[in-house]
Ligand binder design. Structure first.
Ligand SMILES: Nc1ncnc2c1ncn2[C@@H]1O[C@H](COP(=O)(O)OP(=O)(O)O)[C@@H](O)[C@H]1O
Ligand SMILES: [Mg+2]
Length: 202
């Protein structure tokens, strides 16, 4: 225990917006400021997280995938709460917003506009509300270029999907009071904006 209060910081955004890079930079910066930091991510590396990856590889029903992601998150949240109780800063690379935005985009085809509210509903008893969530936004084609086109789908389809995912993310901003940071610019500039968004909690 260090007498300092922990804070739960989440980075969200489509693939290639810089979440993993900026999470590491944030963690280094906070450690330099003397904070104890846990850098974590979803899906987790526990067996439930591995089940999520397997479901994804095997192309299971998006409903199954949604429930697995949510189950993984349920156990992860318990760990997060413990770290926060120990006064640690917890930086999480993806959280419930990812399930709502990504599985939402997949489920919209079968469930229509019921998809997003259902995903929010099943996640609500599972999550601990983050102190701050930063949504990184980017042009989908640029973001795809940054990660490299590694998907099985054609580039067009993949970029089209990511655009829908980003639209879903943007629908959550007001409701959950997220900060939006444009990540199209150079990384140092984006990092400055992310630091500004979270600095009140450090
Ligand atoms: N603003 C940026 N400018 C230039 N390159 C970036 C920027 N943001 C991320 N990158 C690069 O894009 C790649 C993907 O970044 P990453 O942090 O893995 O994204 P994510 O975790 O959101 O998928 C990395 O090689 C990273 O260095
Ligand atoms: Mg990443």
């Amino acid at each position: 225990m260090n007498g300092k209060k922990g804070a739960f910081i989440v980075l969200e955004g489509i693939d290639g917006t810089g979440k993993s890079t900026l999470s590491r930079e944030l963690a280094d910066w906070m450690r330099e400021m003397g904070r104890e930091v846990v850098l974590t991510a979803e899906p987790t590396k526990d067996w439930l997280g591995l089940a999520v990856r397997r479901a994804n590889e095997e192309g299971l029903d998006p409903l199954t995938e949604s429930l697995l992601f949510t189950a993984d998150r349920c156990e992860h949240t318990k760990q997060i709460v413990q770290w926060l109780d120990q006064g640690k800063m917890v930086i999480c690379d993806r959280y419930f917003g990812s399930t709502v935005a990504y599985q939402g985009a997949a489920l919209q085809e079968s469930m229509g506009e019921e998809a997003l509210p259902w995903l929010v509903l099943i996640n609500s008893p599972v999550i601990r509300r983050p102190h701050i969530t930063v949504l990184l936004t980017s042009d989908a084609d640029l973001a795809m270029k940054r990660v490299g086109d590694r998907g099985a789908l054609s580039k067009f389809e993949r970029s089209d999907y990511l655009k829908r995912v980003q639209e879903n993310y943007l629908m959550l901003v007001d409701r959950f009071d997220w900060r939006v940071v444009d990540s199209n610019g150079p990384l140092p500039e984006v990092f400055e904006q992310v630091k500004r968004a979270v600095q009140a909690y450090v």
